[in-house]
Design a protein around this ligand. Structure first.
Ligand SMILES: NC(=O)c1ccc[n+]([C@@H]2O[C@H](COP(=O)([O-])OP(=O)(O)OC[C@H]3O[C@@H](n4cnc5c(N)ncnc54)[C@H](OP(=O)(O)O)[C@@H]3O)[C@@H](O)[C@H]2O)c1
Length: 361
């Protein structure tokens, strides 16, 4: 074999070996790219999956574990001061209170209803999908409310834990507030009450509040709050003696008297405002329903005035408890989850406000 021939063979072998090495490197690199792509896809899927699969209860559970400060830090703030998203989830029909409890954002008010009317209306409302009922010892209809809830449970429509019952103590009505709580538990015929409020400020509200805190700690009251506290100083007074921050302030709140400033203040404590008299109360509904802005929006959205007002409450992050003993109205008032007011239209309703209350308590 000539030397020249051996060199040529050597070159050919070298080319083959180098080619093979390059081919192996290319194949290897391509495989790694595939892997990276797959991994990338998995990462995206995981991310999507984890956010998609985060159920409302997961979200709530997370919130449950954070304290109030965390919640405020987590508040999804935007440039629009009206745009809070403060633990208020319209799509799930709930708000998450500052103690982590979920509260439905629309419920049935029962003031002026007899026990029989309350029983029937509560039952009709629960069948319609309502999961929040508002009563008070003062209304003298707690027994009817309890019966309406019980009937719904017995018929398998709901379980006790599916419905959120609010009642109230009128300070001054009892020298021993513990007795008032025991009486409400007995009247409603329940083991626990979801939310108890001081009905109005009174000379002994600290004593009443302390009693509610005691029952909160023993589990018979799941949340506590106040009602008819309209000023910062009134709220500050409660905060000064409260060891458990009120979860709710239930106030007269409607298009002509909006609690927007108070809401801005109390949201710092994770407190949510709940609207009573959303339609102005019996005797004043027509001036609310016939307000020209409300009527024009009702025409625009093909909804009733009542539905526009209630939807405004939800988008303004108020919990709302329209009162009714009419099954058609009860149904109509709950049918507010299939449309959304634009921010311009929300603003039009905010602008109706003239700080005019109907009541003076
Ligand atoms: N914390 C407090 O001091 C306090 C004070 C007052 C009230 N509240 C609570 O807040 C709740 C709401 O207040 P409210 O009931 O007095 O007044 P409201 O909800 O402003 O108005 C109730 C009136 O609206 C009518 N109505 C309801 N839905 C309607 C509809 N879709 N179309 C036409 N009319 C309709 C009712 O008549 P029909 O019965 O015929 O439907 C009733 O006359 C009370 O029930 C009570 O639970 C709390």
């Amino acid at each position: 074999m000539s030397k020249k021939f051996i060199i040529i063979i050597g070159i050919i072998i070298s080319i083959i070996v180098i080619g093979a090495i390059i081919a192996i490197i290319i194949v290897f690199a391509t495989k790694n790219d595939d892997k990276d792509d797959k991994k990338h896809n998995i990462d995206i899927d995981d991310t999507t999956g984890s956010s998609d699969s985060t159920s409302s209860s997961d979200k709530t559970d997370n919130t449950d574990e954070t304290d109030n400060t965390d919640k405020n830090d987590n508040t999804d703030k935007t440039d629009n001061p009206r745009d809070y998203h403060n633990n208020y989830i319209i799509s799930e029909k709930i708000a998450i209170l500052n103690n982590g409890i979920k509260m439905p954002i629309i419920g049935l008010g029962t003031w002026t209803l007899s026990n029989d009317e309350a029983e029937e209306s509560v039952y009709a409302a629960i069948k319609e999908g309502y999961r929040l009922i508002d009563t008070a010892e003062y209304y003298r209809d707690e027994v009817g409310v309890g019966k309406g809830v019980k009937k719904s449970i017995e018929e398998g429509i709901i379980k006790r834990e599916d419905v959120f019952i609010t009642t109230k103590i009128m300070p001054g009505a009892y020298s021993n507030p513990d007795m008032a709580i025991e009486d409400s538990l007995k009247n409603l015929d329940v083991d626990y009450i979801d939310l108890m409020l001081i009905h109005q400020p009174g000379s002994n509200d600290e004593k009443v509040y302390k009693s509610m805190e005691k029952y909160y700690r023993n589990g018979k009251l799941k949340s506590i709050g106040i009602s008819n506290y309209y000023t910062k100083s009134q709220v500050d007074k409660v905060l000064s003696f409260a060891t458990i921050t009120p979860a709710i302030i239930q106030n007269e709140n409607h298009i002509y008297y909006q609690n927007n400033e108070l809401q801005e203040y109390v949201r710092n404590y994770g407190i949510i405002i709940e609207s009573w008299y959303p339609f102005g109360g019996r005797g004043h509904t027509s001036e609310n329903f016939n307000n020209e802005v409300i009527v024009s929006l009702a025409n625009k959205y093909k909804k009733t005035s009542a539905q526009i007002i209630l939807r405004w409450n939800l988008q303004a992050e108020y919990i709302v408890i329209p009162g009714s003993k009419n099954p058609d109205h009860i149904k109509e008032n709950y049918n507010i989850f299939d449309f959304e007011l634009s921010s311009e239209d929300m603003e039009k309703i905010y602008n109706i406000n003239k700080n005019q209350r109907y009541e003076n308590w």
